[in-house]
Design a protein around this ligand. Structure first.
Ligand code: TRP
Length: 450
C-alpha cells in the first residue's frame, strides 16, 4: 500500500481545499446560474443552502476523511459496524467515483475553453485574426484540443502526488485572481449599464424563491461549488494533520468559496448589463438567456474590448488565472479515483493517474461529439441529482452509522475544547435529522411540486 501523503501545514491545506472549491463553479457556473434563474432570488437561495446544507456536509466529509485516513469507499466501510452498512458504504463510495469522473469529464471541456481564450489574447496582440476566430468559435476540433491539453496538465500534477504536486499548485496564484476580480469589479461599475446589473444581482424577486427549478439549481450549485459528495473533500481531509482544528478549517474553506462566488457575480452580472447597453445580444425575445454555458465568454471579452489596447493583456491574465483555478479543482477530482486505485490495487500513483486520466478523457470526447445532447444532461445528473443524494448518504453515515463518540474523539484532535462549543452542540443532531430532511424535502419539492 502506498504511503499516505500529508499537507505540510495548515495554510497548505486551506489553500488546497479552497483551491478545490474555488474554480469554474464560482466564476463560470455561479454567474450563469444567477443569470438564468432570476438574479438575486437565486443568490439568496444559494447562500441559505450553502449555510444550512452544504457546510455541515463539508464538515462530515472532512471528519470522516481524517478519521479513516482513506478514500471514500474504504472510509465509509471503516466507520460502519455491520456487514450491510459496510456494503452500502462501499456502494456509495463507488457511486461517488463514477460521479466525480463524469464531473471531471465536463469540467475539462469548460476549462479547455479558458485555455483557448487565453491563447486568443495572444493571437489578438499578434494580429493573427484567423487563429483568433478559430480559438473563439465553438468547434469540435477546438474543444478536443484544449480539453486534452487541460487533461494532460491535470494528470501530470496528480501523478506527482499530494504535497509536491497539489499543494504547490494550489493557492500561489489564487490571491492574484482575487485582486484581479476586485479591480475588474471596480472597472465594470464605472461603465454605463452597470447599475441595472447591480439591481438584478442584489434585489431579489421573492416570488421566485420557492420555484422548484431554482431550488434544484441552487442546491446543485452549492454542492458543486464546495466540491461535495464525491469524496474530494474527504480525501483532502485524510491528508490533514491531527493537530489541526477541522471546524475552523472547514469554515475558512466555505467562506473563501462563497466569497469568491459572490464576487464573481459582482463582476459578471453588471458586465452582462454593460454588454447589453453596448448592443451585445444576451437574452432572446422571451427574455431568456441565450447559450447559457457561453455567457461569460460573451460578456467578459466584451468588457475587455471597452478597455482599448490594454484589453488583450488583461484578458490574457484573466484566462491564465481561470485556467489555474480550474486546475486546482480538477486535481481534487482526479485525486478521488486515483487515491482509491492506489490504495486498493498494486498500481502506483503515476500509472493510476494516467490510466484514469485517459479514461476520463475518453468520456470527455464522447461529450464533445454529442455536446447538445449530453453536456447539459451530464451536468444536471451529476451536480443537481447525484451530489445532493450522495450528500444525503454522507449525512446518514455520519449521523446514524458512525458512533458519535468516535466522531467526537476525531474532532477533538486539534480542537480540545470542541465539546463545549456551539458547533458540537448543534452539528451532530443537525446532520442526523435536519440535513437529511432538508435534502429529502427538496427532492420531494422538485419532483412533485416543481
Ligand atoms: N468546486 C469546484 C468548482 O467550483 C469544482 C470541483 C472540484 C468539484 N472538486 C469537485 C465539483 C468535486 C464537484 C465535486 O469549480
Amino acid at each position: 500500500m502506498a504511503v499516505r501523503g500529508q499537507f505540510s501545514s495548515r495554510l497548505g491545506f486551506i489553500l488546497a481545499a479552497a483551491g478545490s472549491a474555488v474554480g469554474l463553479g464560482n466564476i463560470w457556473g455561479f454567474p450563469t446560474q444567477v443569470a438564468s434563474n432570476g438574479g438575486a432570488a437565486f443568490v439568496l437561495v444559494y447562500l441559505v443552502l450553502t449555510f444550512i446544507v452544504a457546510y455541515p456536509i463539508l464538515m462530515a466529509e472532512l471528519v470522516i476523511g481524517r478519521h479513516s485516513q482513506s478514500n471514500m469507499v474504504d472510509a465509509l466501510k471503516k466507520i460502519s459496524a455491520g456487514n450491510i452498512a459496510k456494503k452500502i458504504g462501499a456502494g456509495t463510495g463507488y457511486w461517488a467515483l463514477i460521479v466525480v469522473s463524469l464531473i471531471l469529464s465536463f469540467y475539462m471541456i469548460v476549462a479547455g475553453w479558458m485555455i483557448a481564450y487565453m491563447f486568443q489574447a495572444v493571437t489578438e496582440v499578434l494580429g493573427w485574426s484567423a487563429a483568433s476566430t478559430w480559438l473563439t468559435d465553438f468547434s469540435i476540433s477546438r474543444n478536443i484540443i484544449f480539453s486534452l491539453i487541460f487533461a494532460l496538465m491535470t494528470i501530470v500534477i496528480v501523478s506527482r502526488g499530494v504535497s509536491s504536486g497539489i499543494e504547490k499548485w494550489s493557492g500561489r496564484l489564487m490571491p492574484m485572481l482575487l485582486v484581479l476580480i476586485v479591480l475588474l469589479i471596480i472597472y465594470v461599475s464605472m461603465q454605463a449599464g452597470a447599475s441595472e446589473g447591480w439591481k438584478a444581482y442584489l434585489v431579489p424577486d421573492f416570488s421566485k424563491v420557492l420555484n422548484g427549478d431554482l431550488i434544484l439549481s441552487a442546491m446543485g450549485q452549492a454542492f458543486f461549488s464546495l466540491s461535495l459528495g464525491v469524496g474530494s473533500m474527504l480525501v483532502y481531509g485524510s491528508y490533514v494533520s491531527k493537530k489541526e482544528n477541522l471546524v475552523s478549517l472547514g469554515a475558512s474553506v466555505a467562506l473563501v468559496d462563497v466569497g469568491i462566488a459572490i464576487m464573481s457575480g459582482m463582476l459578471i452580472i453588471p458586465a452582462m448589463y454593460v454588454a447589453l447597453a453596448n448592443g451585445v445580444t444576451i437574452f432572446n425575445e422571451a427574455g431568456q438567456l441565450i447559450g447559457g454555458d457561453q455567457l461569460i465568454f460573451t460578456v467578459i471579452p466584451a468588457l475587455f474590448e471597452t478597455m482599448g489596447g490594454a484589453g488583450d493583456y488583461v484578458s490574457f491574465v484573466f484566462f491564465v488565472l481561470m485556467t489555474i483555478a480550474a486546475l486546482t479543482s480538477s486535481i481534487s477530482m482526479l485525486e478521488v479515483p486515483v487515491a482509491f486505485t492506489i490504495e486498493s490495487t498494486k498500481l502506483e500513483r503515476k500509472g493510476a493517474s494516467w490510466a484514469i486520466g485517459i479514461f476520463v478523457m475518453l468520456i470527455s470526447l464522447l461529450l464533445i461529439f454529442n455536446f447538445d445532447v449530453l453536456f447539459g444532461l451530464v451536468i444536471s445528473l451529476t451536480t443537481q441529482y447525484s451530489q445532493p443524494l450522495l450528500g444525503l448518504m454522507l449525512c446518514i453515515f455520519t449521523g446514524w452509522v458512525w458512533k458519535r463518540d468516535s466522531i467526537l474523539q476525531e474532532i477533538k484532535q486539534g480542537a480540545d475544547d470542541v465539546e463545549s462549543s456551539l458547533f458540537w452542540k448543534i452539528w451532530p443532531g443537525y446532520v442526523r435529522f435536519v440535513c437529511p430532511s432538508l435534502i429529502l424535502a427538496m427532492a420531494y419539492h422538485t419532483i412533485f411540486v416543481g
